[in-house]
Design a protein around this ligand. Structure first.
Ligand code: CTP
Length: 407
């Protein structure tokens, strides 16, 4: 479930050793139900065979400007016009210094550069080359020229290069490339220009310099909501206490740890926000005192003195009454009994527009796993059951509901 489904992508591949990574990209795009037409430059064919791309995409691969015959049911019998005309995105990964230079000059001497010139869709460029080539003023000037014309760039990573040298020029891993593709495809989505604040993960309340009180929330559902909001074109601020999840490409990640630091971050970032989705599992209690030194083992039992944390959604409710932001507030309820009753109590007491409730006793859904099963309550008494599905798909449903409320 992503904005890749049903999209027509043209993937240009140039002659860099990173061309092999484009195979995985083509494969994962195809698995995500995008239609991928690959155009290879002559140099790319020295690194990877066209058959490899054909096998992973199930589509013909385009290599020749003067190619005739099967155009893969493209709307034109002239491949380059058909390729360029109907695509949702032209992504060139990897793009070499030479092809960047040709595009910057508007040159069109092979199928890829002709297609780029004829394309009406957004252009996403992922350079991969030797570090000195990337840093060269000529390459940098070409990139700037292309960006000033609206091309989107995937910044290459720094690290060891195929040459044995170190520098900036590595093609990022597939997950990052996919994130950039989703970000660019989302730019004209239904939440374009809107700011969404999403919280995720379980907070950690320090006991001493080593220990904390925490909970089992992984943050996966919140991250899936953030990704779905990016897919829909939103500007996403992800306030996260999750530890090991990669941030979705394009999200502004604000790392927090305790309920108090999350409260401060939320109140700051909801200013001007279209929506707040409070998916984080916030601690209700914290140790009254944080020990300055590690607590040593002594007595047979240890009593902890805990005090209540502030309720973030109640603070948001007060701020919203004064400022009007966030426009829409979505809360979560993790319940082990009386699901609907407890959930609707929270919806009302926290003045929420939507409340997403899940039964945490279900072994196949909820904490730490990739699936969830939820009930979405709304302020008008409506109830939507979403049966067991991926957190990605539930994230998309929640974002869709937010979009409908905003519209
Ligand atoms: N929440 C919050 N601030 C807190 C605790 C919870 O904003 N200090 C938010 C959660 O992010 C969630 C909603 O309130 O969106 C409900 O959280 P939950 O823990 O289920 O409910 P509580 O109000 O804490 O009540 P209880 O733990 O007693 O069920």
């Amino acid at each position: 479930m992503s904005n890749l489904r049903g999209k027509r992508l043209v993937l240009g591949v140039c002659g860099s050793i990173a061309a092999y990574k484009a195979v995985d990209l083509a494969s994962q795009l195809t698995h995500a139900h995008a239609q991928v037409d690959v155009i290879m430059t002559a140099a790319a064919q020295r690194f990877v065979s066209a058959l490899t791309f054909q096998a992973v995409t199930g589509r013909p691969v385009y290599k020749e400007l003067w190619q005739s015959g099967d155009t893969g049911q493209l709307p034109s019998h002239i491949a380059h016009i058909g390729l360029a005309e109907s695509a949702d995105l032209l992504v060139i990964a990897p793009i070499t210094a030479h092809t960047l230079a040709k595009l910057a000059q508007g040159m069109a001497d092979d199928l890829l550069t002709v297609s780029a010139l004829a394309a009406a869709c957004p252009l996403l460029l992922a350079p991969a080359m030797d570090g000195n080539m990337f840093d060269h003023p000529a390459t940098q000037a070409n990139i700037q020229t292309l960006q000033s014309r609206g091309a989107h760039l995937v910044q290459p990573e720094s690290g060891p290069l195929a040459s044995g040298l170190s520098g900036t020029g590595r093609l990022p891993e597939t997950a990052i490339l996919l994130g950039h593709i989703r970000r660019v495809l989302g730019l004209d989505g239904e939440l374009a220009g809107q700011k969404l604040v999403v919280t995720a993960g379980g907070t950690r309340e320090a006991l001493d310099p080593v220990r904390y009180l925490g909970n089992r929330s992984s943050g996966k559902q919140g991250y899936a909501i953030a990704q779905a909001a990016l897919d829909a074109g939103a500007r996403v601020v992800l306030i996260s206490s999750a530890q090991h999840l990669p941030a979705p490409v394009g999200a502004q990640l604000v790392r927090v740890e305790s309920a108090e630091s999350m409260r401060r971050a939320v109140l700051e970032h909801v200013d001007g926000a279209a929506a707040l989705v409070m998916a984080a599992a916030v601690a209700d209690y914290r140790p009254r005192q944080v020990a300055q030194k590690k607590i040593k083992k002594a007595a047979a039992a240890l009593r902890l003195d805990l005090t209540r944390t502030d309720d973030i959604l109640l603070a948001v409710k007060a701020q919203r009454q004064a400022s009007g932001y966030p426009v829409i507030v979505v809360g979560f309820a993790a319940e082990s009994e009386n699901l609907l009753e407890n959930a609707s109590g929270k919806l009302q007491s926290k003045s929420l527009d939507l409340l997403v409730a899940n039964d945490i006793t279900a072994p196949d859904a909820g904490f730490a796993v990739d699936n969830n099963r939820v009930v979405v309550l709304d302020a008008d008494g409506g109830l939507q059951r979403i049966e067991l599905s991926s957190k990605a798909s539930i994230g998309a449903s929640i974002v869709q509901r937010v979009g409908s409320l905003l519209a």
